[in-house]
Each structure stands twice: as C-alpha cells, then as structure tokens.
Design a protein around this ligand. Structure first.
Ligand SMILES: [Zn+2]
Length: 146
C-alpha cells in the first residue's frame, strides 16, 4: 500500500477499520470481531435472505454483483455474499492492488472477477459447519480485473 493513496469509498465508508483498512459487513461477526480474510457465515446467510450488500449492508439493487477469484467465476460459485455493483468496484479498487487476505479470501486471487446477475441461489453446505456459497443463476456480465 506504500505510495498508493487509498480512498475509502462510499460503500466502505463508516465500516470499522482493521489494519488501516475498512472491513466489509460480511467480514465482521455479530460480536464485532473483524477478519478481512473470513466470510462470517451468519452474515453471509443474512445478506442472502434479507437481500443486503455484503460490503455496506444496505438493500441490494440490480444488477446483483458477486466478486471473487476468476476460478470462482468459472465455477459459478462464490464465497463472498452479493454486493452492489458500485461497492464491488470500490472494494476491488481498494483491495486488489494490495493483494493479501481480503474480501473473505485466505489467499489473494491472481485475477479478480466481477460478475453481475439477475439472481442467485444460496447454496447451503451438505456438511454442518462448512461455509455457504452463492451461485449466480442468470449471469449478465463477467469482468476480469488483474
Ligand atoms: Zn453495498
């Protein structure tokens, strides 16, 4: 992050900070614990059922957007809950250039993908305790960001 002027975006403005970076809604647990590299399952499910953004926690608008690694886009399965399109780009503007463990990823994807969709399915794990996943079920556009 040295030499880069990181502007905190509207979607991330007001979020709690960890390591000098705002933490998305989906990466904070209900007790207030923060972890950039983890998607909090309870919050991921809440985002899906209440149709709120995993970054700013406000009501989703169309197109619903998913962010993740290009491999997630290929598989049609995302770990991070749905977000606003604007929030997606704001978050990637901030986190993609610095790499590291962010946006619910233990390892930074080599290539990030932004997928817009008309809808999605919440995929519950078959094994208790495993994470949920999100399947965009009517993809509109996939954009890769290096
Ligand atoms: Zn948002």
């Amino acid at each position: 992050m040295v030499g880069r002027d990181v502007g905190v975006t509207a979607g991330l403005a007001g979020r709690p900070m960890l390591g000098g970076l705002p933490v998305p809604f989906a990466c904070e647990d209900d007790g207030g614990a923060l972890d950039h590299s983890r998607v909090v399952k309870r919050r991921a499910i809440r985002c899906a059922l209440s149709r709120i953004c995993g970054i700013c926690a406000e009501t989703l608008t169309r197109p619903v957007t998913f962010i993740g690694g290009a491999d997630e886009a290929d598989a049609g399965m995302f770990a991070f809950p749905p977000v606003h399109l604007d929030c997606a780009h704001e978050a990637l503007d901030l986190f993609a250039p610095i790499g590291g463990r962010h946006l619910g990823h233990v390892e930074a994807p080599l290539t990030w993908a932004v997928v817009t969709t008309g809808g999605f399915d919440l995929v519950r794990p078959t094994r208790r305790g495993d994470p949920v996943a999100f399947h965009p079920n009517s993809v509109l556009e996939t954009t890769l960001r290096d």
